[in-house]
Write a protein that binds this ligand. Structure first.
Ligand SMILES: NC(=O)c1ccc[n+]([C@@H]2O[C@H](COP(=O)([O-])OP(=O)(O)OC[C@H]3O[C@@H](n4cnc5c(N)ncnc54)[C@H](O)[C@@H]3O)[C@@H](O)[C@H]2O)c1
Ligand SMILES: N/C(=C\C=C\C=O)C(=O)O
Length: 486
């Protein structure tokens, strides 16, 4: 039975209050092990270790030394690829075929993605004319922000954690990570890798627990935390933003979405079906960038719906190690209850259930898992809660539209603004529509095609700030101006 302990100042630490909670596999509800909940004592120790590490050897590392060390961390994750893969799939239930192509490779790549940016990014400089004619030179200097609190969700545990830890450490900060209570394994394992690679103690710390009155709250309210980066639900982001306001700590918020796919009649049908299938059902629909609203130009609507139903019927649920499986369970029974409540709400709101809508019979061995049927609805009103609220499951609503103006208004009629996809072979229309969509990322004839240098983040209720490329610099460093009188 595994023990998931906190990782503080380079050592694994059990909970002093002996507050352990179960970690169960959503495939069959089997017990994976016990997670050691960090109390205020453990969180305080982790933050103070991170603070102290800034003044230790880590604070003397050059940028080149930090980048070399983080590249080593990435390589070590890849050397221990199978262990990370096994841990992630046990925690989440996702197919190995998915985690081996997305979660683990990106979990490592995120440590390398930022080093090129740092190496090539200049800081500003200005020459100022002065009355005495001798002038002055202004030089920008970036310094680490300090101790960064990193609070993560359960859907892509390793990927979304290193997407923050990578740039944070590359910029010379130290971190205290609070992984989701549902998926402790890969973040805990990363502590071993940090030690193996010689990352100084206190640079990378992990505290386990929940949100309110637990490690999440203790960490985000700790006065020695210099900035907070959070990925999770919008309502949680609002709470964390309030915590960050005390002491004016900067925040980076990556929150919820209710993303639209816009399918024009002139699209490449099979490309649009493949991309929309992935965006609605990959990771059992538990992707913030995923599609839950599909708008199809009327002449194509019936054909597109028929093709989507055919492909949904072909999805194969099964254990992560089942090579034929391409569809896993939801992350927990608690989350399945939430998604099933929306399946029931859809019926009450008058949806036609085109396919799915319930719980599959997975047989005796898997009957304890958080399995759910992939589902397509039609016929709902635009103001239906199922069309407006984030469900975060394997489900989407298809609706026909008749004009470009109409579909842009429909796509933007949401409090969220995270992502969208546009499917058409008319390039100028694709760009024209993309420019009008209120979302941080718009894919044209693609989905989840990621350039790690590009700005990543949400508008409106989907978040604050941008991650990726140079955008991470703004959050993970302080920019100082030094004025030199000549
Ligand atoms: N925009 C993005 O990049 C992105 C990526 C992945 C997931 N998400 C969003 O995340 C959500 C699903 O993840 P989730 O259910 O883990 O989200 P969540 O908000 O319930 O929890 C996220 C993390 O916050 C912690 N937390 C909860 N309450 C807290 C509090 N009061 N103080 C401090 N920490 C607290 C949790 O323990 C967890 O570690 C969805 O809404 C999804 O859209 C967004
Ligand atoms: N942040 C990223 C993905 C987010 C996925 C949301 O569930 C990424 O690809 O960097």
């Amino acid at each position: 039975m595994q023990e998931f302990k906190n990782f503080i100042n380079g050592e694994y630490v059990g909970s002093s209050e002996d507050r352990r909670f179960e970690n169960r596999c959503p495939v069959d509800n089997s017990l994976i092990g016990y997670v050691h909940e960090a109390g205020q004592r453990e969180v305080d120790a982790a933050v103070k270790a991170a603070k102290a590490a800034l003044k230790g050897p880590w604070g003397q590392f050059t940028q080149a030394q930090r980048i070399a060390l983080l590249n080593r961390v990435a390589d070590r994750i890849n050397e221990r690829f199978e262990e990370f893969l096994e841990a992630e799939c046990r925690d989440t239930g996702k197919p190995r075929s998915l985690a081996s192509h997305i979660d683990i490779p990106r979990g490592a790549a995120n440590f390398k993605a930022f080093s090129e940016t740092l190496n090539n990014q200049s800081t500003e400089g200005f020459r100022l004319d002065t009355p005495d004619g001798r002038g002055a030179i202004n030089v920008g200097q970036r310094t680490p922000k300090g101790v960064i609190a990193v609070v993560c969700p359960w859907n892509l545990p390793l990927l979304l954690m290193t997407w923050k830890v990578g740039p944070a450490l590359a910029c010379g900060n130290t971190v205290v990570v609070k992984p989701s209570e549902d998926t402790p394994a890969t973040t805990t394992l990363l502590g071993e890798v940090m030690n193996e690679c010689g990352v100084p103690a206190g640079v990378f710390n992990v505290v386990h627990g929940f949100g309110p009155n637990s490690a999440g709250e203790f960490l985000t309210t700790h006065p020695l935390v210099d900035a907070i980066t959070f990925t999770g639900e919008t309502r949680t982001g609002e709470i964390i933003m309030q915590a960050a306001s005390v002491g004016l700590r900067n925040i980076s918020l990556e929150c919820g979405g209710k993303n639209a796919a816009i399918v024009f009649a002139d699209c490449d049908l099979e490309k649009a079906v493949e991309g929309t299938m992935r965006s609605a059902f990959v990771n059992c629909g538990q992707v913030c960038l995923g599609t839950e609203r599909v708008y199809v130009e009327r002449p194509l609507f019936e054909r597109f719906l028929a093709r989507m139903k055919e492909e949904v019927a072909r999805l194969k649920p099964g254990r992560p190690e089942d090579a034929q499986a391409n569809f896993g369970p939801l992350v927990s029974h608690q989350h399945r209850d939430k998604v099933l409540s929306y399946y029931e709400l859809a019926r009450q709101e008058g949806a036609k259930v085109e396919i799915g809508g319930g719980v599959p019979d997975m047989g005796e061995a898997l009957s304890g898992g958080a399995w759910i049927e992939p589902t397509i609805w039609t016929g709902l009103a635009d103001d239906a809660r199922v069309v407006r609220e984030e469900i975060f499951g394997p489900c989407c609503h298809l609706r026909p539209f008749d004009s470009e103006e109409e579909v842009i208004a429909l796509a933007n009629d949401t409090p969220y603004g995270l992502a969208a996809s546009v499917w058409t072979e008319n390039g100028s229309r694709a760009l024209r529509v993309a420019e009008q969509i209120e979302a941080g990322t718009v894919w044209i004839n693609s989905w989840f095609l990621r350039d790690l240098r590009a700005a990543f983040g949400g508008m409106k209720h989907s978040g604050i700030g941008r991650e990726g490329g140079v955008h991470g610099l703004e959050f993970y460093t302080e920019l100082k101006n030094i004025c030199i009188k000549l």
